[in-house]
Design a protein around this ligand. Structure first.
Ligand SMILES: [Zn+2]
Length: 234
């Protein structure tokens, strides 16, 4: 179905749907708009701001200066387009409610109370001296069957803003996992269990080996490669 124009004042289409079309067609992803832009576009709709806020219940992400420090007080940014509420039936579908306190806690608990992008915890200090604050980000995930769904992730406010619009390609990751050899899969599995990439015995050995004098390195090489390989520089 072709996307209708936001200027089309078809009475069957509600003001939230028209506002959504306006955002997509006039503002675009990462575009910034102000309340007066909205009122100018919809002079006949009272409370159009509120209708646009309602879009958040349908997976739309519209940030204010509270979520995105780069924005001025009167600016908002369209970060993510959610359900196509202008398609008949879509707006009536049970809306994805905003994140509740219980959901927030559950997501953060599952994420170990760490930003999944940079690994900082709430209250940690960034390089620039600012304090990290954890928040919940909605991430578009491309599922192996090609459909997209929104999943929640713990991120600090900086990473949440930086990662806007990005899509997690779960199918691609699963394909890459399939390509791992058995030994790689075991090592990778160990990292997953620990939720941490620990230095493997091999990496520790390599660090020690590299720093050794040549005669000692030769002894290690002999132990690993055998006498025949000794003359070959790797
Ligand atoms: Zn972060």
């Amino acid at each position: 179905m072709e996307m209708p124009s936001w200027r089309d004042t078809d009475t069957k289409r509600g003001s939230m749907a028209r506002g959504a079309l306006w955002l997509v067609q006039e503002i675009g992803i990462n575009g910034i708009f102000t309340k007066s832009d909205v009122r100018e576009a919809f002079p006949e709709v009272s409370q159009i701001d509120r209708r646009l806020r309602d879009l958040r219940d349908y997976g739309w992400q519209i940030d204010t200066h509270r979520e995105d420090p780069e924005l001025k007080q009167d600016e908002q940014r369209l970060v993510q387009v959610g359900a196509e509420v202008w398609v008949p039936g879509q707006a009536k579908a049970k809306p994805k409610t905003s994140v509740t306190a219980a959901q927030r806690k559950k997501v953060m608990e599952a994420d170990g109370w760490l930003c999944r992008s940079c690994g900082l915890a709430g209250g940690d200090i960034y390089d620039d001296g600012a304090t990290a604050q954890l928040d919940i980000a909605r991430r578009n995930v491309l599922l192996p069957d090609g459909t997209e769904e929104v999943q929640l992730s713990t991120e600090c406010k900086k990473c949440r803003v930086g990662g806007r619009g990005s899509v997690v390609d779960l199918g691609e990751i699963l394909r890459l996992v399939e390509l791992l050899g058995p030994l790689e899969k075991t090592i990778f599995g160990g990292w997953l269990s620990a939720d941490e990439r620990r230095l493997s015995g091999m990496e520790r050995l390599w660090g020690l080996y590299r720093a050794m004098p040549a005669d000692s390195r030769a002894a290690v090489r002999r132990a690993v490669l055998g006498d025949d390989e000794l003359g070959v520089r790797v």
